[in-house]
Write a protein that binds this ligand. Sequence first.
Ligand SMILES: *Cc1c(COP(=O)(O)O)cnc(C)c1O
Length: 458
Amino acid sequence: MQFPAEPFKIKVVEPIKKTTRDQRDHLIRKAGFNVFNLPAESIYVDLLTDSGTSAMSDNQWAGIMIGDESYAGSKSYFNFERSIKSIFGFKHIIPTHQGRSAENLLFSITLTSGDIVPNNIHFDTTRANVLHKHGKPIDLVIDEAMDPDCEHPFKGNMDTTKLQTFLNETEPDRVPLVMMTVTNNSAGGQPVSMENIRQVRAICQKHQRPFYIDACRFAENCYFIKERESGYADRSILEIARELFSYADGCTMSAKKDGLVNIGGFLAMNDDALAEKAANLLILVEGFPTYGGLAGRDLEAVARGLQEVLDEDYLAFRVGQIRYLGEMLDQAGVPFVKPVGGHAIFLNAKDFLPHIPRHQFPGQALTVALYREAGIRAVEIGGLMFGEKDEKNHQEKYPELELVRLAVPRRVYTSTHMNYVAESIIEIYKNRDRIKGLRLMYEAPLLRHFTARMEELD
Ligand SMILES: *Cc1c(COP(=O)(O)O)cnc(C)c1O
C-alpha cells in the first residue's frame, strides 16, 4: 500500500455529481473563464482551498450541540481556552472569528506608520493587514524557496543571515515584531524546522524584538519536523508543538486550517499589557472576550478540533494523501513544485504549458482546463493573481512563479478521489497542446483574480 488508508469511517455523506463536459463548457464561458464565478454545485472535486472546508468529526458535532451560548463566561470559552493553552502554552487567548481578524488586532496594537515586519513569507491577509496599518511587510525566506525543483526538507525556513543583517541595519523601534509562518503557505505549504525557529528566537532575543508565529498549519509543520528533523522521531506531535511555541511570544491562528473547523481563530500572547489592549479592541470590533465573534458552539468545535489534529494517524493520512497525489503525477512527468508541501500540490504552469506566453495566463488556462475537462476546481497563483502594471512603461510585470494550486480539504476526499484527480490531470497533460491562452476583459483595481473576466484565444 502506498499511503495510509483513511483513519476514519464515513457517518454522514454529501452527494456530489459529475456534470457533462458540455455543461461545464457552457458554465465556464458564462463565468468569464474565472472559477470563482462558478456555482459550487457544478464542481466534482473542489480543491480551491483547504480553508474552512474541513469535515468535522462526530465528536465536534456533538460539541456543537452542547455549545454554551452565554454572552459572558461561557463554558465553551473555557474549554476553548484550556484546549489552546494545553498545546500553545500562551498566557492570554483571544478568540476571533478567523485568522485575519487576529492579525488585524495584533498589528493594530503593535504597529505604527512606517514600521517594518519581517516574516519568512507573509500570507496575503497578513501582508494586507501590515499595509493597512501603513507598515512595510518584508519576506526573508531562504532562496531555495523560489526554485520549484529544489528538494530542501525545510523549504519554508527564514534566511537567518538576511534577518540578522536586516535587524543590524534597522532601528529596533521600527520593528514591532518578527513573524514566522508555519507551514509557509505562500512558499507551497513548505515546513519550517525547529532548528530554524530556535535560531530566529535567538536573533530576536539578541535584538529584544518580540517573536510571533502565524500558526495556521502548525500540526502539519510538526509532523514534518517529526519525519525529517533529527531528534524528533520519538517525540509526540503535542510535545513538538509545545516546544515550537515555547520559543515564541505569541501567535495568530486561523482555526479554519489545522483547527479542523469551518470558522474560527484566535490571537494568543504572554504580554499582559498587550493582551489587555487586544481585548479592549476585540470588544469594539468582534465581541466580548469570552466569545470574540464566534458562537459558543464554534468555540466548542475548535476546542475539540485542535486536539484531534494532533493525532498522528490523522497527520500521516493527511500529509500522505497529498504526497500520494504527488507521486502519481510525478510518475507521469507532470511538472509541480517539489517537495510536496503539507496542504496542496502546486502545478508548475510554465512547464506544463510552454506554448502559452505569460501574457496569455498559462496558470489560468490550466485552471480552466481542469474544470472543463474534469470538474476539478483549483486556483491560479501566478500572473492573474499577482501580475501588476508597471507605473512607468505600463507593461505587465509577472511574479517569478506561475502556479496552479490544488489545495486538499481535510478529511473530505478519499484516496479514490485523489486517483480521479491524478488520472484527469495526466490525461490533460497528454493533450496539453490543445489548451489555449486567455485574454483579460475586465479587471478590478485590487485583488483582480476574484472578479476578473476573460476570453479564450484561438
Ligand atoms: C488562511 C491564512 C491566514 C488568514 O486566515 P483566515 O481565517 O482566512 O482569515 C493567515 N495566514 C495563513 C498562513 C493562512 O493560511
